[in-house]
Design a protein around this ligand. Structure first.
Ligand SMILES: NC(=O)c1ccc[n+]([C@@H]2O[C@H](COP(=O)([O-])OP(=O)(O)OC[C@H]3O[C@@H](n4cnc5c(N)ncnc54)[C@H](O)[C@@H]3O)[C@@H](O)[C@H]2O)c1
Length: 457
């Protein structure tokens, strides 16, 4: 779907009008193209006294070919007149152990607030508050969230800001485990992800031979792959090296076949709500591939009505497609041992499942249930070496959102820090990161792909 306002704003006449009237000004976002350097400029890395992550972060950035800015040369750009622009600011805040230490954040970020390039990145690294023994340290670490969320709202120009809590337990979480998340968040793959809190734990992570093909050889199932986010997902995962099994309802067979052919994947026509769908799917995966490394539960439907006007069919069908079918399929694939250690499950939730939405009691219930599914299964699956995460898209330009009435649609598009809707590819790239073998330390997370939407913020 095209965003006519954004196209107008980028035209000569549009630019002038937007400036004069102070209208929303959606920036052009930096998105990933294979072969791109991770960042279009240097990173300024800072650390609070006693931080434990500056060293592994330096190693990761250097290995990724990122230029590290010299902190001595980048004091206050306004004062020196020698403004050095940064593609990213990364700050290790793990050394902050009480509220007085938070001043170090100001000392680092204040002089750099205007040094970040458009579509730049701000990443703060912390220790999960629940891991801190001392209440004052837990307090200070929790405070980091307010900083990153505010920077996300303040910096504008497509700049994103994230908080990454990295476990202090076991070194998988500090080096190999952190690498995939840093690479994703710094790259153009995370264009529409902002103000998120990501937890990196101690799960085993397998770095790829080639970071341009982080899913090389992985067998990936994508449900709802005929169009919209699912079709973008199939393309992105195949581009990154996966062998994609694309599934959709028989009625979408032609579109599905076109997607599967385009990416050299296979197509499975199946209604996920059919009673025999889980066993038929399991049989197909077992016969064709022997297993499935990654399961992406993307298929979803809306049947909107306010609760008083909603018939039981609308309730049942939405809950069945969006939530119960995911449970049934997980159960069968796990029972039959088709998802091996190192496997990944990624479920698509929605910000409606976080914030609720008028006319969507059925949908929001199903999508909040997806979050519950991820949180409840993560500890169980961790013991089998399998990760499970959810993404919660905000307003994404697809057929689903094209059906929203114009005024509400325009509000949904603009009420976020990017002043625009996301593209299906933005959700796809985020799911891709969670699916990488290198992301084994990331489990139990719900990552919003919403440009920091005000809904449920
Ligand atoms: N578009 C958005 O803004 C947005 C926002 C939040 C969440 N989401 C979620 O993202 C996912 C994809 O959404 P989209 O916008 O691409 O939707 P879409 O309607 O364009 O595509 C959904 C696909 O799922 C398939 N599907 C539906 N029921 C099925 C079933 N029973 N069995 C097999 N396949 C089935 C459909 O045929 C379709 O191809 C959904 O889970 C949706 O709830 C979308």
């Amino acid at each position: 779907m095209t965003d006519r306002y954004a196209s107008f704003v980028r035209s000569g006449a549009g630019r002038a009008l937007v400036k004069r009237l102070g209208l929303p000004d959606p920036p052009r976002l930096r998105r990933h193209t294979p072969g791109d350097p991770l960042l279009p400029g240097p990173v300024l890395l800072g650390a609070a006294t006693g931080g434990r992550l500056a060293e592994p972060t330096t190693r990761i950035l250097t290995a990724a070919g990122v230029e590290l800015a010299d902190p001595a040369a980048t004091t206050d750009p306004a004062a020196t007149g020698t403004a050095r622009r940064h593609a990213a600011l990364v700050y290790d805040a793990t050394g902050i152990t009480d509220s007085t230490g938070l001043r170090q954040l100001y000392d680092f970020f204040h002089p750099q607030a205007r040094s970040v390039l458009p579509s730049g990145r701000v990443i703060v690294l912390g220790t999960p508050p629940e891991e801190c023994d001392a209440p004052r340290e837990a307090t200070a670490q929790r405070a980091l969230e307010g900083l990153t969320r505010s920077i996300g709202k303040e910096f504008g120009r497509g700049i994103t800001a994230q908080l990454v809590y990295v476990t202090a337990n076991g070194d998988a979480g500090t080096t190999t485990g952190l690498e995939s998340t840093l690479r994703f968040l710094l790259s153009g793959r995370s264009a529409y992800v902002s103000a998120q809190v990501v937890r990196v734990g101690a799960g085993a992570a397998e770095p790829p031979a080639d970071w341009n093909r982080p899913l090389d050889g992985q067998v990936v199932l994508v449900t709802g792959a005929a169009r919209g986010i699912g079709a973008a997902l199939a393309r992105v995962l195949a581009r990154d090296g996966a062998r994609v099994v694309a599934l959709d309802v028989p009625a979408a067979g032609d579109e599905l076949a076109a997607v599967a052919n385009e990416i050299g994947g296979t197509a499975v026509q199946l209604d996920l709500t059919a009673p025999d769908a889980p066993t038929r799917l399991a049989d197909h995966l077992a016969d064709r591939h022997g297993h499935v490394d990654v399961v992406v539960h993307n298929a979803g439907i809306t049947r909107d009505k306010t609760l008083g006007r909603m018939d039981a069919d609308r309730w049942n069908s939405v809950l069945d497609v969006n939530l119960s079918s995911q449970e049934r399929i997980n159960d069968v694939l796990l029972e039959r041992g088709l998802i091996p250690a190192g496997g990944r499950i990624v479920s698509v939730s929605s910000i409606a499942g976080i914030a609720g939405n008028r006319g969507q009691t059925n949908y929001a219930t199903s999508k909040a249930g997806v979050i519950g599914l991820v949180h409840s299964l993560a500890p169980v699956l961790r013991e089998r070496g399998i990760s499970i995460n959810a993404v919660a898209p905000g307003f994404i330009e697809t057929r689903m959102t094209a059906r929203i009435p114009l005024v509400i649609r325009e509000a949904g598009r603009r009420m976020n820090s990017m002043a625009q809707g996301g593209q299906p590819v933005d959700v796809a790239e985020t799911i891709g990161w969670l699916a990488w073998p290198a992301s084994g330390a990331v489990s139990g997370n719900v990552v919003r792909v919403c440009g920091q939407s005000l809904l449920g913020a």
